[in-house]
Ligand binder design. Structure first.
Ligand code: HEM
Length: 456
C-alpha cells in the first residue's frame, strides 16, 4: 500500500451530459496536466456519462498497475481501435487474455530479440544506403517504413514487397481517425452508426487485412513445405486450446495486426522524437556520435554492443520520458469496486494514468520540459521513484515488446546516427495526442552525411 495518502478529490465540474469531454477533446495533454496541477494526485472527473479518475502519483500508479488484472476490465470506448485489433490480447481479459499473451510472448523474449537484432541492423543499413547527403526526408514516414519492415521480417518471417507504403498510409488513416474519435463525440457515437470517418476506417482496415492475410497464407505455405518456422505466425497457426482446437483465422489475424501495429508505430514515433530532440541539442548529439565512433569505430552495431551504448540508451530513455508514444495507458475500469491505497473505488470508475503528465512532473524530474539524458547517468543517478517513468506501462499487462523496442531503437539509432545527422526544420513542433503522441505536423529534416567530404 502506498505511503502517500490516497485521497480522491473532485475535479472539474464539466458540462451537463458531456462532462469534461469538450475540454479533454480540445487538448487532452494540457487537460491531464491541469487535473494534476489544479486538483492533485487523485482526481475524479467525467467523460460524458462515464466516471473517471486520474492517478498522477508514482506510488498510486504502481499499486494500480501491480493490481490483479481480474479486478479491472479494459475500457472499450474506441470503435476505431476495435476495428483494428479485434479481440486480440490487448483487448482481452481473464483466462482468454492469459492464453493469448502466452502465445505471443515467446516471440519477443530476450533470446528471440537477440536473434532479431541482425534483422534490425540490416533493415537500418538498407535505409542508410538509400539516404543521400542533402536529401530532405519526412522523418516519421521514414521511421515508420523502417520499423514496419523490421517487425514484418522479424516477427512474421516475411517482407511486404512494394506494398509497405500503401500499408503505412492505411495505418495513418486509422491513426488519424482514432485521434479524431478520442477528441470528439465519436466516443459517444453508437457502434452501429456509419459516419464517413468510420467508412474510411473500414476501408483502411480492409487494406491491412488483405496484407496480413497474405502473410498468413505465406506462412501456411511454408509450414506445408516443412519449414519449421519459429516466428510468431507459426506459433499462432500451430496453437491449440485446451480442447485441441486451433485459433480461428480471425483470431490469428487479430494477434498479427496487434503485433504489427503495436510493434512498429510506437517505435517509429519514439525514434522520430529522438531525431527531433537530437537535432535541437547539438551537445547531446555530439556526445552520441562520439560514443558511436568510440564503441563501433565505423562497423555496424550488433546485439552485443547494446550494453556499451549507454549514452544512446540514455537518449532514448529521455526521449521516451518527454514524448511517451503511449501518452496515456489503456484506462482500466474497476469491475466490482476496488480498493486503492485503502480507499474504496466504486465499481464502474475508469482509472487513468498518463506517462505524459507524470513524466513531466517537476517533483520527480527537475526542469521537466528540458531534454537532459544526463538524468539517467549510471554514475550519478537522479533519484527517480519507480513508476515516475513508465512509457511501457507495468505490472501483469506491461508492454510485451518493451525489450524488442529498446534494442530495436538503440540499434537503429546507432546505425543511422553513425552515418547521418538529421537537421530537423527549426519550426515549433507541437505534440498531438492521438493513437500515439506524434508531432502535430510532419517533421521534415535535411540529411547530412558525416562521411561526406566537407570541402564542397
Ligand atoms: C517504444 C515502443 C513501445 C511503447 C512505448 C509501448 C507501450 C505500450 C504500452 C503503454 C502498453 C500498455 C501497457 C499497459 O496496459 O499497462 C503496451 C502494450 C502492448 N505492447 Fe507495447 N510498446 C512499444 C513497443 C511494442 C512492441 C515493439 C511490441 C511488439 C513487438 C509491442 C506489443 C505490445 C502488446 C502485444 C501489448 C499488449 C499487452 C497486454 O495487453 O497484455 N509493443 N505497449
Amino acid at each position: 500500500m502506498p505511503a502517500i495518502p490516497f485521497v480522491p478529490v473532485t475535479g472539474p465540474r464539466g458540462l451537463p451530459l458531456l462532462g469534461s469531454l469538450p475540454a479533454f477533446g480540445r487538448d487532452p495533454l494540457a487537460f491531464l496536466v491541469r487535473l494534476r496541477d489544479d486538483f492533485g494526485d487523485v482526481v475524479t472527473w467525467s467523460l460524458g456519462p462515464m466516471p473517471m479518475m486520474l492517478l498522477s502519483h508514482p506510488e498510486h500508479i504502481a499499486e494500480l498497475l501491480a493490481g490483479d488484472e481480474k479486478l479491472y476490465q479494459p475500457i472499450d470506448v474506441s470503435w476505431v481501435f476495435k476495428q483494428l485489433v479485434g479481440d486480440s490480447v490487448i483487448r482481452s481479459q481473464g483466462a482468454d487474455w492469459r492464453r493469448k499473451r502466452s502465445l505471443v510472448q515467446p516471440a519477443v523474449r530476450p533470446r528471440q530479440v537477440r536473434g532479431h537484432a541482425a534483422t534490425m541492423v540490416e533493415c537500418a543499413v538498407t535505409v542508410a544506403e538509400s539516404w543521400q547527403d542533402g536529401q530532405r526526408i519526412d522523418v516519421q514516414r521514414e521511421m515508420s517504413l523502417l520499423t514496419q519492415r523490421i517487425v514484418v521480417r522479424s516477427l512474421f518471417g516475411n517482407d511486404l514487397g512494394g506494398r509497405d507504403r500503401q500499408l503505412g498510409d492505411a495505418m495513418a488513416v486509422v491513426g488519424r481517425e482514432l485521434s479524431a474519435e478520442l477528441r470528439g463525440v465519436g466516443l459517444l457515437t453508437p457502434s452501429w452508426v456509419r459516419t464517413p470517418a468510420r467508412r474510411r476506417v473500414l476501408a483502411a482496415v480492409a487494406t491491412v487485412d488483405g496484407e496480413i492475410d497474405r502473410l498468413i497464407r505465406a506462412r501456411q505455405e511454408a509450414e506445408r513445405e516443412a519449414d519449421d518456422g519459429e516466428d510468431v505466425l507459426a506459433r499462432l497457426l500451430a496453437a491449440r486450446d485446451e480442447d485441441g482446437n486451433r485459433l480461428t483465422e480471425r483470431q490469428v489475424r487479430d494477434e498479427a495486426v496487434t503485433l504489427w501495429g503495436a510493434g512498429h508505430e510506437t517505435t517509429s514515433t519514439a525514434l522520430t522524437w529522438c531525431w527531433y530532440l537530437l537535432s535541437a541539442s547539438p551537445d547531446v548529439r555530439g556526445r552520441l556520435t562520439a560514443e558511436l565512433d568510440r564503441v563501433l569505430a565505423g562497423r555496424m552495431p550488433s546485439y552485443d554492443d547494446y550494453d556499451q551504448l549507454s549514452w544512446t540508451r540514455q537518449v532514448i530513455k529521455e526521449a521516451l520520458r518527454l514524448y511517451p508514444p503511449a501518452w496515456v495507458l489503456p484506462p482500466r475500469t474497476a469491475r466490482d469496486g476496488v480498493t486503492l491505497g485503502g480507499t474504496p473505488i466504486p465499481a464502474g470508475t475508469t482509472i487513468w494514468c498518463s506517462p505524459w503528465s507524470t513524466q513531466r512532473d517537476p517533483r520527480w524530474f527537475p526542469d521537466p520540459d528540458v531534454f537532459r539524458p544526463e538524468r539517467w547517468d549510471m554514475e550519478r543517478p537522479e533519484s527517480v521513484p519507480e513508476h515516475a517513468w513508465f512509457p511501457f506501462g507495468g505490472g501483469p499487462r506491461t508492454c510485451l515488446g518493451a525489450r524488442f523496442a529498446l534494442v530495436e531503437m538503440t540499434l537503429v539509432l546507432a546505425t543511422l546516427a553513425q552515418r547521418f545527422h538529421l537537421d530537423v526544420d527549426p519550426e515549433t513542433v507541437t505534440p498531438k495526442a492521438g493513437l500515439q503522441l506524434q508531432p502535430a505536423a510532419p517533421l521534415h529534416a535535411t540529411l547530412h552525411d558525416r562521411t561526406a567530404p566537407t570541402d564542397r
